[in-house]
Design a binder for this molecule. Structure first.
Ligand SMILES: *Cc1c(COP(=O)(O)O)cnc(C)c1O
Length: 464
């Protein structure tokens, strides 16, 4: 049926005014969350097959709003993996703090563009507060600035871009203006176990992954400082707080001391592991991290903010802002914070609000307890798996545990069987070239019964 533009506006105004659509959405969201913990963790084959309904041609005309929402819920919800529940142990995937989710629902109604303070004073104020709280929680230098990006992938790009700008500037070279062709040649030193997104950042920034100088790792995947190449004023050293498989931490203080003496830049990738620094009994793991120049960390992993929430931190504000420079006549630089100065993006959702609500709710003590609890549940996992006769591969230091269940075929079959049980979700990985199953305990929801229940499912999968 044909519709003119006035009619379209009228219809949409009605949707806003009545509020029924939003109430319906909230009701559906509530029902989803209420049984996210009871339904099978992985969607059933039938639910996945039903997603076929999304492959339809673009509608020719304006649709019915409540029908669209119903379709999303009836077809989409069953096709999701229950990542907000207590027994999803794949990737490094946090749950969702209810306060943060609720704050986000409200902030979604604001639809703020976080680019400049002038168009969102609230977001600007909240970003400033989050920046101060993060400095405090992680014990970072007081001039450290934070950029709120989509995830650690981008936060690493930011850290390395700041490093590139600063090291070039020290050599009297403006890399923004003159580009890479004649730039002083910078060196990248990283561990063999650096996360794949470190390689992505190195590639994106034009350093070239073939040029990485590798340091070797020990049997837990920790960088071995004895194998660090000679560092100098042209070097960017990338360290890791939290190995994505074993959860181990590089000896940050030792490496950073060496880097500082040499005048190198140190970036710490602490996507999930930097949160150990905010937990009294685990803080020793990141010892010395505050001596680095830049850090990347996620809210959406260990801290359990909703997706997406990445944070780039830099103790050299000038380098951070200069490397991400952006200006145009129509952009009013305000007395409020302009978020885009600290991120590669200009327009951006106001994701610091979710982070603020999380930290405001948990406080120092809540963060400490939650992080500790993830660690304790991981210890429990390792102990119960060992009791069940599984071959536990790593020393549990944080929230990751790996087991060996056989060759690649056996490992894939095991992961598929656990996923198909609906009881838990675990995935495979490779550890020094050998197939393993990895378990990442990241959700605030996971209680001791959940761990036992997951181990039971894994035991059954092993017997299949
Ligand atoms: C998850 C992870 C990343 C990438 O983070 P995203 O938030 O997925 O972009 C980088 N490094 C480590 C160690 C990680 O665990």
């Amino acid at each position: 049926m044909a519709i003119d533009e006035t009619e379209l506006r009228t219809r949409m105004r009605k949707l806003v005014a009545s509020g029924e659509l939003l109430t319906d959405a909230v009701g559906r969201a509530r029902r989803y969350l209420a049984d996210a913990d009871d339904r099978p963790v992985a969607p059933t084959a039938g639910a996945v097959a039903a997603l076929e309904r999304f492959s339809e041609p673009l509608p020719a005309s304006v649709g019915d709003a409540s029908e669209i929402l119903a379709m999303l819920d009836e077809v989409g919800s069953p096709g999701t993996v229950a990542q907000t529940g207590a027994r999803f142990f794949g990737l490094v995937n946090g749950g969702m703090i209810p306060t943060a989710h609720a704050a986000r629902v409200l902030a979604d109604a604001w639809d703020q563009n976080a680019a400049v303070g002038a168009v969102s004073p609230t977001n600007a104020a909240i970003e400033e507060t989050c920046q101060a709280w993060l400095r405090d929680l992680f014990g970072l230098p007081e001039h450290t600035v934070a950029g709120f990006v989509s995830g650690t992938s981008l936060a690493i790009v930011c850290g390395l871009a700041a490093a590139r700008w600063r090291l070039c500037e020290r050599a009297g070279y403006d890399v923004n203006a003159r580009g890479l062709a004649d730039a002083p040649s910078l060196r990248i030193v990283a561990s063999r176990h650096a996360h794949s997104t470190v390689l992505k950042a190195v590639a994106l920034l034009g350093f070239g992954t073939d040029n990485i100088e590798w340091a070797e790792v020990d049997d837990q995947g920790r960088l071995d400082p004895a194998t660090l190449p000679e560092l100098d004023r042209h070097t960017i050293l990338i360290l890791q707080a939290g190995n994505v498989n074993s959860g181990s931490f590089d000896p940050i203080r030792q490496c950073t001391d060496q880097a500082r003496r040499a005048g190198a830049w140190v970036h710490v990738d602490g996507a999930f592991g930097l949160w150990a620094a905010a937990c009294k009994s685990l803080a020793h793991l990141t010892d010395g991290h505050e001596l680095a120049d830049s850090w990347s960390v996620d809210g959406h992993k260990t801290l359990n903010t909703p997706y997406d929430c990445g944070i780039s931190l830099c103790a050299d504000p000038e380098a951070m802002v200069a490397s991400l420079q952006n200006s145009a006549p129509y952009i009013v630089a305000s007395e409020h914070r302009d978020g885009m100065l600290y991120t590669p993006e200009m327009s951006r959702r106001a994701r610091a609000i979710d982070l603020w609500a999380t930290l405001r709710y948990l406080g120092r003590e809540g963060v400490d307890r939650m992080v500790l609890s993830l660690h304790q549940r991981t210890n429990q996992f390792a102990a119960e798996l060992a009791d069940a006769g599984f071959d536990v591969v790593n020393d549990v230091v944080f929230n990751q545990v790996m087991i060996r269940v056989g060759d690649q075929v056996a490992t894939d079959a095991f992961a598929a069987a656990v996923q198909a049980s609906g009881e838990a979700w675990v995935g495979g990985s490779s550890w020094f070239g050998e197939p393993v199953i990895r378990i990442s305990v990241c959700s605030w929801m996971t209680a001791s019964d959940d761990v036992s229940r997951a181990v039971r499912a894994m035991r059954q999968a092993h017997e299949l």
